[in-house]
Design a protein around this ligand. Structure first.
Ligand code: ATP
Ligand code: ZN
Length: 226
């Protein structure tokens, strides 16, 4: 039930780590935009490809609902929302189409520095703070561990010091934030980077041609970068 449109609409992060590199990558594909005053919608000038500037967490849902055709988002966000849909009994509604080579990080378990890590079995009965409850729960189930998942929307790394949790499952890049909170990474649940996300189904009409052309240009741009 996707509305019929003859322009392609791409969702990217409005501000944050992925905002500038996402826009730069699309610009390197020959796209340019006339920005609207409120900067939520950018109208494509060189091609009928518009941008929607949103919170990264909204991107998978916008694709699932057909409001946007494509999106640039961290694999961590895409996989979390996919896992959440799966748990709720829903069918997959979006998929990763390309990995984009920026925004690299990993979703990792991190324990207090004082712990000597003996492996996942050590986590039985602990409280784990995370913003990625579906990915963490799926991992715990695969490992056969029962633990208490404490879902927090932010400031996950201070939860152990506040007594809210025993350890965390959080995004790590340099590890500096963990170290500043006397935590150390001990296991990786997901290797992440920015990805191009799209719907599970095919586009039709004009948008199919536009998406095909954009992917061709994107592949060219990614090749010259690497
Ligand atoms: P928004 O306001 O859009 O919700 P946010 O605070 O959720 O923004 P950012 O902190 O800008 O998001 O991170 C966006 C993405 O950058 C993450 O989802 C992840 O894929 C990637 N990333 C790379 N390195 C890190 C890191 N060290 N910590 C967090 N995210 C990282
Ligand atoms: Zn976010």
């Amino acid at each position: 039930a996707v509305e019929s449109r003859d322009r392609l609409r791409i969702a990217i992060q409005k501000s944050g780590r992925l905002a500038d590199p996402a826009r730069a990558l699309l610009a390197s594909c020959g796209l340019s935009w006339r920005e609207s005053r409120d900067r939520l919608f950018c109208y494509g000038e060189t091609l009928p490809v518009d941008l929607l500037l949103v919170r990264d967490d909204d991107i998978p849902g916008l694709i699932a609902d057909g409001v946007c055709d494509l999106g640039i988002v961290g694999r961590n966000v895409l996989e979390e929302q996919d896992a959440e849909r799966l748990r709720g009994g829903a069918t997959p509604a979006f998929r990763e189409m390309r990995s984009l080579g920026f925004g690299g990080c990993r979703l990792a378990l991190a324990v207090p520095e004082s712990w000597s890590w003996q492996g996942p079995a050590q986590l039985a009965g602990t409280r784990i703070a995370t913003s990625y409850p579906a990915l963490l729960q799926a991992w715990l189930e695969r490992e056969g561990i029962v633990a208490d998942v404490v879902t927090l929307s932010g400031s996950v790394e201070i939860a152990p010091r506040l007594g809210q949790a025993d350890l965390v499952c959080d995004l790590v890049s340099s590890g500096a934030t963990l170290a500043a909170n006397q935590l150390k990474p001990v296991a990786t649940l997901l290797e992440s980077e920015a990805v191009l996300a799209g719907p599970v189904g095919e586009f039709d009409g004009e948008r199919a041609l536009l998406a095909e052309m954009l992917l061709r240009r994107l592949d060219g741009a990614l090749r010259t970068r690497h």
